[in-house]
Every structure is written in structure tokens, then in C-alpha cells.
Ligand binder design. Structure first.
Ligand SMILES: NC(=O)c1ccc[n+]([C@@H]2O[C@H](COP(=O)([O-])OP(=O)(O)OC[C@H]3O[C@@H](n4cnc5c(N)ncnc54)[C@H](O)[C@@H]3O)[C@@H](O)[C@H]2O)c1
Length: 309
């Protein structure tokens, strides 16, 4: 298939690109390189440097005849979305709509969308959350992801565009940006290696569901062909707290840095964990990399010992 991967120069998108290429697909990347890097683009894959909100996207779709679009480009910082909801909506809602309209006008058959689990369900009523859990986003970022899922439903029902929305848990692994607000694993790796202070917010007992990027990328491969037209969680159903992450990384890198706690972040979600039963049922997807192993692989990447193949 010929597939456009938006955000393919970023963390998760670049792993999806690798997997698509390994499986014989022709891949084109669209990315404005705001957080992504040209270095993440593998040899032989074309990078179109453009913003997803750009109206010139139409001419690209007209020329390229994509079979599918894998949509990972986004403003990913929850805090930016809170501070500047208009900017967040411009990229995450209007930019995504620009892509979806191009898909419709130019005969794209399938859209794969990188949605979110944690930011969508908000404070959970039960653990782990399945896809039937009430949707109560507590940030413009979560609202935007939910909005695009609804548009996907509409485009499918009314226009027949096929889709799969993948609601990721907290994704970690090689190539995650250690300089953003999100991505505690990458941030801790970077700071531990640099010998800088790594501060745990509050008591460090806030939990998340950490899923390895290789497993997450496989979901894009598995949702490519079948007719799904639904949303599914991509997580591990395992809750780990920030203290666990710090201790595991400290051990993986052979460091012995003492734990340091700072003030708690106001309004931070305390627990988040999602089930993956539906992905198992509809895709035969399951998480395969345990946290300890995934953290080791990630630490090795940041230590410069990572092999792309
Ligand atoms: N990392 C996670 O834990 C997580 C969890 C849930 C969902 N997601 C979603 O997965 C996707 C990828 O996230 P990531 O963690 O790889 O982040 P990332 O920042 O590494 O990737 C985003 C990519 O999109 C590009 N981009 C941003 N704005 C753009 C724009 N306006 N036009 C064109 N390109 C643009 C960036 O340059 C970058 O390459 C996002 O949609 C994100 O919301 C990530």
C-alpha cells in the first residue's frame, strides 16, 4: 500500500514508518519538524516538510494517490493545550480535519488515528478502563482527540471512509523527546545520563499504563487492512508509579542516584490504566514487551547503543 504517515519524523510515527517499510509498504512522511527530526526519517523514505493545517496539502493528495493515511502529527503537550486551547484546536482539530477532507476528496480508503486513553477517560470510575468507560477529558488536548474520533465516525457513516482509532496509554521507548513536558521515561533517562537532578513530582505514587513503542507501532500494522471502524485501547492494563520508573531506570543504567521528590503538580491525574481486551479480540494485538525490558531498551537508546533494525 502507499501510506502517508503524518508526524512520521516524531517518536511514535517514526517507529510506525520503520514497521511499514519492513513490511513492504511505500511510505511518505508529512511533518513540520516542530518536535520531530529529519534524522528519524529512514533512508529511502520521502519527507514532505509541511504543516497539517496548510491548504496546499490538497495538491499533495491529488498528486500522490495514497491508499491510507496514518495520522500521528499533533500538538502533544497537554499543558500547552490548557494554556493555549485555540492553538491546540488549530492543530489537533482543524489540522486533522484538513487531512480528513483531503482523504475524502482524493479517494483514500483508510485513516488510522493516534488517539489517547488516559487523557480521554479522565479520572477513572474503574480500573483498567475499557472502551465503554465514560469519556470525560480534562484538557483541550483530550477534547480534541475525542472530537476527531467523532469526526471519524461521521466520515465513515456518511461518506464511507474506513478508520481505526487507537487510544494509546503512556507510550515510551527509543526516540522519545526528553525535552518536552510529557514522557517521564525519556526525561529521567536524559537526566540520569547527564548526571543532572531528576525530580519526582509529589510522592511519585501517581500511576500510568506504560506501553512500549514497538508494541504501539504494531497496532498500526494490524489496523491497516481489516475493516474496523471503531476505537480501541492500546495499553498493558498494568499500573506503574513514577517511583517504579525511576528505580528501574536507575538500575538499567547502572546508576545509583538517590530519589528526590519535589512539590506535587496541581491537578495531575492520580491513576490511569486501560484494558486491551478489545484490541486482542479484534486485532489479536497484545503487549509483548514488559516494562523492565522496555525501560532497559530505552536506556540503551539514550546511552547511544540502539540498533534501528
Ligand atoms: N507519546 C504518548 O504517550 C502518546 C499517547 C497518546 C497519544 N499520542 C499521540 O501519538 C501521536 C504522536 O506522538 P509522539 O509522542 O510521537 O509525539 P512527537 O512530538 O514525537 O510526534 C509528533 C510529530 O508530529 C509533528 N507535528 C506536530 N505538529 C505538526 C503540524 N502542525 N503539522 C505537521 N507535523 C506536525 C512533529 O514534528 C512530530 O514529528 C500524537 O498524535 C499524540 O497525540 C501519544
Amino acid at each position: 500500500m502507499k501510506i502517508l504517515v503524518t508526524g512520521g519524523a516524531g517518536f511514535i510515527g517514526s517507529h510506525v514508518v520503520d514497521l511499514f517499510v519492513q513490511n513492504g509498504h511505500e511510505v511518505v512522511i508529512l511533518d513540520n519538524l516542530s518536535t520531530g527530526k529529519a534524522d528519524n526519517v529512514p533512508d529511502g523514505v520521502r519527507l514532505i516538510e509541511m504543516d497539517i493545517t496548510n491548504p496546499d496539502l490538497d495538491a499533495i493528495f491529488a498528486r500522490e494517490n495514497f491508499d491510507a493515511v496514518n495520522h500521528h502529527a499533533a500538538q502533544i503537550d497537554v499543558r500547552i493545550s490548557v494554556n493555549d486551547p485555540v492553538f491546540d484546536a488549530q492543530v489537533n482539530i482543524l489540522g486533522s480535519l484538513n487531512i480528513l477532507e483531503c482523504c475524502l476528496r482524493h479517494g483514500v480508503k483508510k485513516v488510522q488515528f493516534a488517539s489517547t486513553g488516559g487523557a480521554l477517560y479522565g479520572e477513572q470510575d474503574y480500573f483498567p478502563a475499557d472502551e465503554e468507560h465514560p469519556i470525560r477529558p480534562l484538557s483541550p488536548y483530550g477534547i480534541a482527540k475525542n472530537t476527531i474520533e467523532r469526526y471519524l465516525y461521521y466520515y465513515h457513516q456518511v461518506h464511507g471512509l474506513e478508520y481505526a482509532a487507537m487510544r494509546y496509554a503512556n507510550v515510551y521507548g527509543p526516540r522519545q523527546n526528553p525535552h518536552g513536558e510529557a514522557g517521564v521515561v525519556a526525561i529521567f533517562c536524559d537526566r540520569l545520563i547527564a548526571g543532572k537532578e531528576a525530580v519526582i513530582n509529589g510522592d511519585g505514587k501517581q500511576t500510568r499504563d506504560y506501553v512500549y513503542v514497538g508494541d504501539v507501532a504494531r497496532a498500526s500494522l494490524l489496523t491497516l487492512e481489516p475493516s474496523l471502524n471503531t476505537s480501541m485501547n492500546i495499553g498493558t492494563a498494568v499500573e506503574s508509579d513514577v517511583n517504579d520508573i525511576f528505580r528501574n531506570l536507575n538500575a538499567a543504567g547502572g546508576f545509583n542516584v538517590p530519589e528526590k521528590h519535589g512539590p506535587a503538580k496541581k491537578g495531575e491525574q492520580m491513576r490511569s490504566v486501560i484494558s486491551w481486551e478489545k484490541a486482542k479480540e479484534v486485532l489479536r494485538w497484545e503487549p509483548t514487551v514488559y516494562l523492565e525490558e522496555g525501560l532497559k531498551l530505552t536506556m540503551e537508546f539514550f546511552l547511544g547503543k540502539y540498533d534501528r533494525s
